[in-house]
Design a protein around this ligand. Structure first.
Ligand code: PLP
Length: 425
């Protein structure tokens, strides 16, 4: 029996042999970018593939291999790589020019589309990333409550400077006073909110933790956060940067919990750089520049023409209620099949998530928080290299986000490949 470590050495050797051009380009990047990287999450050992082309749900790397895209750009690539409606919207907007230093004719359409879908979002403002959206939402909460602290949850990821995925957070987190509670522990969180109420400006939560392992929040937990924050004058922020895709009104609609503020990002900008935060009019009106003492919120590209046009077209014409349901059903199909396989074969493997977001883990369920997930780094790396070798891309940490060009054939092919790997193991 070959050891896992030996298998990994062999798989990495094959990967290096198969991808000389990606390796060359990685080394070229490393001359000017630390470790050849300008976005930590897309680094992998021994080096990441350089992708040179995407079409539909298909990716081509620098060495000419093709992959079916099950990463979906960490949810931002919902529309796939060449959706004709999105491409057309970008081309049409481009014809009229790029950057005007003025309002343009697309931003109202995108604002209306988001507010229509999310009744809790009465007013909205755009920015350039989910990180920025969270920074602004939390800063607004600190201003309106006059209190400094922010409650987050173990395993949470709210952006580059708001990462709590590792147990001790990130050394470059924003210098806010954070209170960290356990995810899906309703009683513990409610107790902490009551105890810290005098200091606490906001509670921010992903209704399903994406980067932390694609772990759904529980209805009782999210409901308890709503009750406790309402009772103690604390702003409840739902970070739906990833999860807004999971129904026509995000997970807040699924759980029937109404936050004070919601943050967005990813696919809502049509696949271009995007962020947004919005919520109760009474809070968001603080940014109305025609009012005395208005809060400033600047940003050169907040209403970037191409993003506004692509985002508006996507929500208006492409990601309809029927498509939301179809994509979620594909995710359910994948999750159900893999879990049935793991159960039938008594394997330490589980597929987590909700709808079109799926987590693959070498664990036994139920998975309620990141501490339920063993690191299993060798197994994760082996599965990742195996799936790449068989033409499927996703994130090594076990993260899958389906995109619209996928269908049952691709999903079944992916499931068959995972099952073959598990069988072999
Ligand atoms: C839940 C959540 N919030 C915020 C962010 C940050 O978004 P961005 O990468 O656009 O800054 C992410 C990114 O993955 C996310 O998953």
């Amino acid at each position: 029996m070959t050891s896992l470590a030996q298998r990994l050495v062999d798989a990495e050797r094959r990967y290096v042999e198969r991808n000389p051009e990606s390796q060359r380009l990685h080394e070229l990047r490393a001359r000017y970018l630390p470790g050849g990287n300008t976005r930590s999450v897309i680094h992998m050992q021994p080096f990441p593939l350089t992708i040179v082309r995407g079409e539909g749900a298909s990716l081509t790397d620098a060495d000419g291999h093709e992959y079916v895209d099950f990463l979906g750009e960490y949810t931002a690539g919902l529309y796939g790589h060449s959706h004709p409606v999105i491409v057309r919207a970008i081309r049409d907007a481009l014809d009229d020019g790029l950057a005007f230093g003025a309002p343009n004719r697309y931003e109202a359409t995108l604002a209306e589309a988001v507010c229509e879908r999310f009744p809790s979002v009465e007013l909205i403002r755009f920015c350039n990333s989910g990180t920025e959206a969270n920074l602004l939402a939390l800063s607004l909460a600190r201003v309106v409550t006059g209190k400094p602290a922010i409650m987050v949850f173990t395993g949470a990821y709210h952006g580059s400077v708001f990462s709590f995925v590792a147990a001790d957070g990130s050394a470059i987190n924003a210098p806010f006073p954070f209170v960290v509670a356990d995810y899906n522990d309703a009683e513990g969180a409610a107790r902490l909110i009551a105890e810290q109420a005098h200091d606490l400006a906001a509670v921010i939560v992903e209704p399903l933790q994406g980067s932390g392992g694609v772990i759904p929040g529980e209805a009782g937990f999210l409901g308890a956060l709503r009750d406790a924050t309402a009772e103690h004058d604390v702003v409840l922020v739902f970070d739906e940067v990833m999860t807004s895709r999971l129904s026509t009104g995000g997970l807040q609609r699924v759980f029937s919990v109404t936050p004070d503020l919601t943050t967005f990002g990813k696919y809502v900008g049509g696949g271009l750089a995007f962020g947004a935060f919005g919520g109760r009019a009474e809070l968001m009106r603080r940014f109305d520049p025609s009012r005395p003492g208005a809060l400033p919120h600047a940003g050169t590209f907040n209403n970037a023409v191409l993003t506004m046009a692509a985002g508006a077209a996507g929500l208006t014409y492409v990601y309809t209620a029927a498509e939301v349901d179809r994509l979620n059903a594909l995710g359910d199909r994948l999750r159900d099949r893999l879990n049935a396989f793991a159960e039938a074969n008594d394997l330490t493997f589980v597929a987590t998530g909700y709808g079109s977001m799926v987590g693959l883990h070498f664990a036994r369920g139920p998975v309620r928080r990141t501490s339920d997930l063993p690191e299993a780094s060798e197994l994760r790396a082996l599965l990742h290299l195996y799936l790449l070798e068989h033409g499927y891309s996703y994130a090594r940490r076990g993260f899958v986000a389906l995109c619209l060009p996928l269908g049952e054939v691709e999903v079944d092919g992916f499931a068959t490949a995972v099952e073959a790997f598990l069988d072999d193991l």
